[in-house]
Design a protein around this ligand. Structure first.
Ligand code: FAD
Ligand code: THG
Length: 808
């Protein structure tokens, strides 16, 4: 199959892997250019020590690492010596259990070891220093430059041109499309350009005006002289690669020496534009001179953890540059502005072949079927998240926290508050405890609601689950079911779709039939071509040619942009920031709202899943009658300027009816009781509507073709796994998500989201399980740190299955 004319910029481990993956899929007009000499070009790959620890909290990253390991093994560019992470503190030992859970959940064999077993694996370790370890037998050491060579050779055998010592100076763009790459040795015509320029990425992307949110940071890597205890070791690597995260350190063998990597020093960022040229650099552009003082604590600690290093000394070291991002995930995909300009950036050696495979599938097929890429898409960011100051600050912070133990709810500390809803001042008056979501300050609970605790007997979760938690969360959840509560929904992404082509556009991009009467609201899905779920959305028809879409994030906006008809008949606008939303729900909601809003909002005046414009007192609102928490009520939208007035109006009217403000903790518990899925957590690109329990949101009849439709038939016929509702009896055994689920000793799936259900009085965990185990009554066990939590498959939804509450 002939492909398009592709130019890959960069022959590091990412560019080389992409040349191989793309040519292996039959594309036959590919040129790789690099300013350096192949295979050690002077980029990060040239000096990477190559440690590959596959375990990651992200399923996608773990799977990409596994693919890289398998490929490098086949290329003879990998020492599969295993990976060992040791704990020197009780907190780390606990964390290793959590990491063991991730590895197991994502299908990587992993074992927890006693200190003695650690020393058996890695004889240099001081047994007195360690409390235990996590061992992954398939981890090991990548020979990154050898992998570059091998993959480029395969590519060249298929006709790929490799042009070394060609510096890219510019990229030609005509009519918002790339046409050529300009090098210091001439111009190369191109339909597609893929930027695999590593730390130079921002500079290259800048050539087409694309901001690329990554920061090159220096990281210290040192080598000891020969260590007498290693006795002239003749093989390059025999011991497992080693991590000592409590002190920000890692280690690898090199014959009778050790390589030591250190993250404990101050962040040393550099601008991509300021990286030295090949000519000007002393060693190579990605290598800065070693700052010995910064390394001193690392050496002291090393001599304690690995006492035989006392017989040696540090002989050489570098401050080597590689890329950090604001969420520690790579940047993949096409520029939103310039067609044909793609990036594969901020990628470790560890994930390189997996990323390249994903890119190749994406370029050739239009989507990636091997990995769920929603976390990696370069278009995932909100506008403020690509501001240079944001990028620099968060990237440096991520360097500092590389090996830290981070709770899943832990918010970033710096640059806050970033985005505040119009209700922020009111929320502070109510002593809100804020977490951050996409930059938005969002109350998790309100301290002022402590009075609600009176007379309630609220179970205490385990230590880990009780961080960023308060019993008030429970009280707010119960009050929402008893009286009425208001929730700040401003962070929900809102997209306005308008114009004469709007209805047809939404019919084509979604699984729903949205071409219904004005006032209709439709819950439906966005699918990829392969039938995988991209998002779940609500579409409200405000007017004949005006729709308001409740979405999940910037990727939805980007997806809409990419599918706009070229005739100008549809306009889309992100209205999130200019508007705000209060969800007000509960059995007494009509008592609060109807007197303010009139008969339309009284009983019989406003049907479930309908939307109307109206007024709450003086505030013009768009009201949608739906509820993610499963109670009677509305989402009320207004412009930002009227937000505080909306809050105050509802608040005052609500006092007589027991109105409370509710936070995100309660919200999450309530939505799980109701069985409402959350995109990105419960289902992702890899899941189809049927296995996710969302088949009801697909309308196959009465509307025309839509993206993903063709693939659905086949997927429906072979549902092998199901998103399954589990309940947990032990009230302390609240889990957090991403834990492995066992049937006997066999890991059969993993938890997506979890919370305690304060109405049903049980713990709830949603989990992906094989269809044959997804049967009510089936008992399974969730691996939670060093425990096994008993859970039972339940009929869902757990709360109000007859929809009596919602329909009012
Ligand atoms: P690079 O290897 O930098 O390749 C980019 C290429 O683009 C370069 O060859 C460059 O010459 C070329 N280029 C740039 N601009 C232009 C232009 N204008 N014209 C032409 N060519 C251009 N990762 C791990 O997985 N495990 C580890 O143990 C590990 N340890 C590390 C230790 C250190 C000290 C450092 C610095 C990094 C480490 N990393 C590790 C990270 C890893 O090295 C990088 O993430 C990875 O090598 C990046 O590969 P790349 O192909 O994207 O970039
Ligand atoms: N409100 C609005 N838009 C949203 C959300 C929201 N978009 C993103 C996300 N949240 C979408 N998730 C859901 C999940 C479930 C429901 C609504 C949005 C829901 N489902 C009902 C059910 O499953 O019974 C109704 C389904 C139907 O009638 O088709 O209400 O919170 N605006």
């Amino acid at each position: 199959m002939a492909g398009q004319r592709v130019v890959i910029i960069g022959a590091g481990v990412v560019g080389a892997a992409l040349a191989d993956e793309l040519s292996a899929r039959g594309w036959d007009d590919i040129t790789v250019v690099d300013q350096g000499a192949v295979p050690a070009t002077g980029g990060s790959t040239s000096h990477a020590p190559g440690l590959v620890f596959q375990t990651n909290s992200s399923k996608t990253m773990t799977e990409m690492a596994r693919y890289t390991v398998e490929k490098f093994m086949a290329l003879d560019a990998f020492f599969q010596v295993g990976g060992l992470e040791v704990a020197t503190t009780p907190e780390r030992l606990t964390e290793l259990h959590r990491r063991h859970g991730w590895a197991t959940a994502w299908g990587i064999e992993a074992h927890l070891l006693t200190p003695e077993e650690c020393v058996e694996r890695h004889g240099l370790l001081s047994p007195d220093r360690i409390l235990g370890g996590l061992f992954v037998p398939t981890d090991g050491l990548a020979k990154a430059v050898r992998a570059v060579e091998a993959q480029l050779r395969l590519a060249q055998e298929r006709g790929v041109r490799v042009l070394e010592r060609h510096e890219v100076l510019d990229i030609r763009v005509e009519d918002d499309r790339v046409t050529a790459v300009v090098t210091d040795q001439g111009e190369i015509p191109a339909d597609l350009v893929v930027c695999c320029a590593g730390i130079w990425g921002p500079k290259v992307a800048g050539m087409v005006g694309m901001p690329l949110p990554l920061t090159p940071l220096a990281h210290q890597l040192a080598w000891t002289g020969s260590i007498p205890a290693l006795n002239g070791q003749s093989e390059e690597v025999i011991r497992p690669i080693l991590r000592h995260q409590d002190a920000d350190l890692y280690y690898r063998d090199r014959f009778d020496q050790l390589g030591i990597g250190y993250y404990g020093h101050r962040p040393m960022p550099i601008r991509a534009e300021d990286i030295l040229s090949i000519e000007a650099a002393e060693v190579m552009p990605s290598v800065m001179s070693f700052t010995e003082d910064d390394f001193a604590p690392a050496w002291t600690e090393t001599q304690s953890l690995l006492p035989s290093t006392q017989e040696s000394k540090i002989e050489e070291g570098i401050n080597g540059l590689f890329s950090f991002t604001t969420d520690n995930l790579p940047l993949m995909g096409e520029s939103p502005q310039v067609k044909g300009f793609w990036v594969a950036e901020a990628v470790w050696v560890t994930h390189s072949a997996g990323v390249a495979r994903a890119m190749a599938e994406w370029l050739v097929d239009g989507y990636c079927s091997s990995f769920d890429l929603h976390e990696c898409d370069v278009n995932r960011f909100e506008p403020h998240q690509i501001a240079p100051e944001y990028v620099l600050t968060r990237d440096c912070q991520n360097f500092v926290e590389v090996y830290d133990i981070i709770h899943p709810l832990q918010p970033p500390e710096n640059l806050r508050p970033l985005r505040t809803s119009p209700f922020h001042a009111r929320q502070r008056q109510l002593d809100a405890f804020f977490l951050e979501a996409n930059g938005w300050e969002r109350p998790q609970w309100y301290g002022a609601n402590a009075s609600l605790l009176e007379g309630r007997d609220i179970p205490q979760p385990n230590d880990w689950a009780s961080r960023y938690w308060s019993p008030i969360v429970a009280a707010e959840a119960q009050a929402s079911r008893e009286t009425v509560a208001m929730y700040d929904m401003t962070a929900l992404k809102r997209i306005e779709v308008s114009g004469p082509g709007a209805a047809a556009f939404l019919q084509r991009i979604s699984t729903g039939d949205v071409d219904k009467s004005v006032g209709s609201v439709t819950y439906c899905l966005l699918l990829n071509e392969d039938g995988g779920i991209r998002s779940d959305i609500t579409v409200a028809r405000i007017d004949r040619d005006l729709f308001q879409v409740g979405a999940n994030g910037n990727l939805d906006l980007d997806w809409f942009h990419r599918h706009l008809p070229s005739d100008g008949s549809v306009t889309i606008r992100d209205i999130t920031s200019g508007t705000c939303c209060i969800g007000i729900w509960g059995p007494r909601v009509r008592d609060v709202v109807a007197p303010l809003a009139g008969p339309d909002f009284a009983e019989g005046g406003f049907r479930y899943f309908r939307g109307k414009r109206g007024y709450i007192g003086t505030v013009p609102v768009t009201a949608l009658r739906l509820s993610y928490v499963g109670e009677l009520g509305w989402e009320l939208y207004t412009t930002a300027d009227m937000g505080a007035k909306l809050w105050d109006t509802l608040w005052e009217a609500g006092q007589a009816h027991g109105l409370v403000a509710g936070g995100r903790g309660a919200f999450n518990s309530l939505r799980l009781e109701k069985g409402y899925r959350s995109f990105g957590t419960d289902m992702t690109y890899e899941h189809d509507p049927y296995e996710a329990g969302l088949g009801f949101a697909v309308r196959k009849d009465g509307k025309g073709d839509f993206i993903g439709r063709a693939a659905l038939e086949e997927r429906r016929a072979k549902v092998g796994r199901r998103l399954t509702c589990l309940t947990i009896d032990d009230p302390a055994a609240v889990v957090m998500g991403k834990e492995p689920v066992y049937d006997g000793d066999r890991c059969v799936g993993y938890v997506t989201s979890a919370a305690y259900g304060y109405t049903i009085g049980k713990g709830i965990a949603y989990a992906w399980l094989p269809a044959e185990l997804s049967v009510p009554g089936q008992t399974v066990h969730i691996g939670y740190f060093d425990q096994r939590v008993t859970a039972v498959v339940a009929e869902e939804p757990l709360y109000d299955p007859a929809m009596e509450r919602l329909r009012g």
